[in-house]
Design a protein around this ligand. Structure first.
Ligand SMILES: *Cc1c(COP(=O)(O)O)cnc(C)c1O
Length: 367
C-alpha cells in the first residue's frame, strides 16, 4: 500500500470557480473575457489537468513558461495564451509566433527586440504599465518611445494595455485601487495611440470586489482554485469551492503524560495527559513547517489542532477530544471541510503558497 497521502483535485469545482469569475467580470463589462491563470503548475493543481478541465470554458490561458505554453498547444489547447512575463530573449519570439502566443511587454528593450525580429506573423502584445506596484511595467517617460516602436514595427500586432493591482485585497476598499486607476488614466490620457485600446487590470481580488475594473480581459488566479484573496472574507462567503483537498491518515497514536513533550525541539509540552495522533504528512509534502501548534486540521470530520513542530514526513495533532479516533482515521490538511485560507492564516502565509508548495511526491488524484 502506498503512503496514505494524496491531493484530490475537484475539476467540477475548478469549472464552477472559473464561471464565477467570468460572471463577476461581466457585471463590470458584459463583454469581458477571462484569462484562466495557470502559472506555477496551475497553482500546484497540475497544468495540463487544469487546462484540460477548462478547455471548453476558458476564453484564454495565462502562464509564464514558454515550454508550458508549447506543451498546451501540442495537447490541443486552441485558446489564446498569454505569457505574463513576456519573452526573455529574441530566440523566444519565433516560437511565440509559431504557437500563436500573446506576450506581455514590460520593458522598452522587449519592444526593440520585437522590432528587429523577423516573424511569420505579428505578435499580439500586452503593454504593461507600471502604475505603482513597481515590479514590472513601463514608466510614464518610456511611453513615447514605446508608441513610436509599436507604430513602426510590423511584427507587433494588436495591443492591449495592462497593469496590475498591488493591494486590491486591501481592507481600505476603493482607496486600495483608485490610486492606481488614476495613475493608469493619467499615463494614457491625451495619447492618441492608446485611445480605445482594450484594457486588462483585474486579478481575483479586483474581479470579486471591483467589477468596474473588468475591462476587456480579467486575470483570475487564486479564485479559480477556491482560495480567497482576502483576509477578511472567506472563500465560502465568496461562493468559491475548494479544488485541492490534501488528505492523509493517522498512522500512530501516542498517549502522552503531562509534562512530556512532542516532536523536534519539544516545542509542545502537554499540560495534561494528551492523546496525540501522528499524521502521514510533513513539510516534504508541502505542509508549511512554520505552522505552529494550534494550526487547524480535520480528523475523522472533526476539527482539531496540530501539536509541536511539523517534521519532514509527519505531523502531530490533538486527539484528546476525539477518543474514538485511532489509526487509519482520515485527515484533511486543507480543502473540503478545512479551508486552505484558515490553515494558511494560522501558518502566517496565504493559500497561494500552500497550493504552489504541494510537493511532487504527493499523488494528485482527480475526482
Ligand atoms: C498571478 C497573476 C494574476 C492572478 O492573480 P490572483 O491574485 O491569483 O488572482 C493576475 N495577473 C498577473 C500579472 C499575475 O502575475
Amino acid at each position: 500500500m502506498p503512503r496514505p497521502i494524496e491531493a484530490r483535485i475537484d475539476l467540477a469545482a475548478l469549472r464552477h470557480n472559473y464561471l464565477l469569475a467570468q460572471r463577476r467580470a461581466r457585471v463590470g463589462n458584459p463583454a469581458a473575457q477571462a484569462w484562466a491563470v495557470i502559472k506555477a503548475n496551475a497553482y500546484g493543481h497540475g497544468l495540463l489537468r487544469a487546462a484540460g478541465a477548462l478547455a471548453d470554458l476558458a476564453d484564454g490561458f495565462a502562464l509564464l513558461d514558454l515550454a508550458d505554453a508549447v506543451s498546451l498547444r501540442e495537447a490541443g489547447i486552441r485558446q489564446p495564451m498569454l505569457l505574463l512575463e513576456g519573452f526573455f530573449e529574441p530566440a523566444d519570439l519565433e516560437i511565440c509566433a509559431q504557437y500563436r502566443l500573446t506576450v506581455v511587454v514590460h520593458r522598452l528593450e522587449q519592444l526593440l527586440m520585437l522590432g528587429r525580429a523577423v516573424l511569420p506573423a505579428a505578435l499580439p502584445i500586452y503593454l504593461k504599465l507600471n502604475t505603482g506596484m513597481n515590479r514590472l511595467g513601463l514608466s510614464d517617460d518610456e511611453l513615447p518611445a514605446a508608441w513610436r516602436e509599436i507604430e513602426r514595427a510590423s511584427t507587433i500586432g494588436p495591443v492591449t494595455l495592462m497593469s496590475h493591482f498591488a493591494e486590491a485585497d486591501g481592507t481600505e476598499r476603493e482607496r486600495c485601487i483608485d490610486w492606481q486607476l488614476q495613475r493608469f488614466a493619467r499615463m494614457i490620457e491625451g495619447c492618441a495611440a492608446a485611445a480605445g485600446l482594450p484594457v486588462s487590470l483585474a486579478n481575483s481580488a479586483a474581479i470579486l470586489r471591483y467589477a468596474r475594473t473588468a475591462g476587456a480581459w480579467v486575470r483570475p488566479g487564486i479564485m479559480l482554485y477556491g482560495g480567497s484573496p482576502f483576509a477578511d472574507e472567506s472563500a465560502a462567503q465568496l461562493g468559491l469551492a475548494p479544488v485541492m483537498t490534501l488528505r492523509s491518515r493517522i498512522i500512530a497514536v501516542q498517549h502522552v503524560e503531562a509534562g512530556e513533550r512532542v516532536g523536534y525541539g519539544g516545542t509542545f509540552v502537554a499540560r495534561q495527559p494528551t492523546r496525540v495522533g501522528i499524521v502521514a504528512c510533513g513539510y516534504a509534502d508541502g505542509y508549511p513547517r512554520h505552522a505552529g501548534t494550534g494550526t487547524p486540521i480535520l480528523v475523522a470530520g472533526e476539527r482539531t489542532q496540530t501539536l509541536g513542530r511539523v517534521s519532514m514526513d509527519m505531523l502531530a495533532c490533538d486527539l484528546s477530544e476525539l477518543p474514538t479516533v485511532g489509526v487509519d482515521a482520515p485527515v484533511v490538511l486543507w480543502g473540503e471541510g478545512m479551508p486552505a485560507d484558515e490553515v494558511a492564516a494560522a501558518a502566517g502565509t496565504i493559500s497561494y503558497e500552500l497550493f504552489c508548495a504541494l510537493a511532487r511526491r504527493v499523488p494528485l488524484v482527480v475526482v
